[in-house]
Design a protein around this ligand. Structure first.
Ligand code: SF4
Ligand code: SF4
Length: 182
């Protein structure tokens, strides 16, 4: 075992003044560079001037929810509650009713996502057996002044459009998106 002796502090280090001055110089240097960088639009600063300069979303980003429609415009959701059960934030509330379609047991009469509670985990999307809920809408930013602005109801979720270039799963879905059905 080699014992490395602890180096003794020099007088300059004990006073700390020079080290503090060095740190302030580095900070001041960044400040000046960023001011000049912002003026010349060079990329020396890492801050995006949002919202004037919106940051492009990566392809696999999770955006706000949307509900997928059937070709007849009705929700694809069969009110199975899988998404609400999987949601760790208890952000999804569904009320179901019997579906008039004999091939489908239930449909949602109310489907509300509280986006203020949502932690954007995507578990609801993963849990859905019908691919009826997605997080590929064209909306990534949400602003509002009332709590209701953040409650996404069934109609609102069905109105949400998929983001341009969003992966829709298969050719059939892609054709439906082009036809404006989803
Ligand atoms: S993304 Fe996660 S937190 Fe948000 S509604 Fe879905 S399951 Fe709940
Ligand atoms: S998991 Fe899918 S089908 Fe089931 S209630 Fe949620 S959105 Fe509807």
């Amino acid at each position: 075992m080699i014992v490395v002796p602890r180096p003794a502090y020099s007088l300059r280090e004990k006073v700390y003044f020079w080290e503090i001055a060095k740190g302030l110089l580095v900070t001041f240097g960044h400040l000046v560079r960023n001011l000049w960088g912002a003026a010349s639009r060079s990329r020396t600063i890492q801050t995006w001037e949002y919202p004037e300069e919106p940051r492009p979303y990566p392809q696999r980003v999770r955006l706000l929810h949307r509900l997928v429609k059937r070709p007849d415009g009705t929700p694809k959701c069969v009110a199975c509650y899988m998404c609400a059960t999987a949601c760790p934030a208890v952000a999804i509330e569904i009320i179901a009713e019997p579906s008039p379609d004999d091939a489908i047991e239930k449909r949602p009469i109310s489907f509300v996502i509280d986006e203020l509670r949502c932690v954007m985990c995507g578990f609801c999307v993963e849990a859905c057996p019908k691919d009826a809920i997605r997080m590929d809408s064209e909306v990534g930013d949400l602003m509002g002044t009332r709590r209701e602005d953040f409650l996404f109801t069934l109609d609102r979720l069905l109105e949400m459009k998929p983001r341009a270039g969003a992966y829709l799963g298969d050719r059939e879905l892609e054709a439906k998106r082009k036809a404006g059905l989803i």
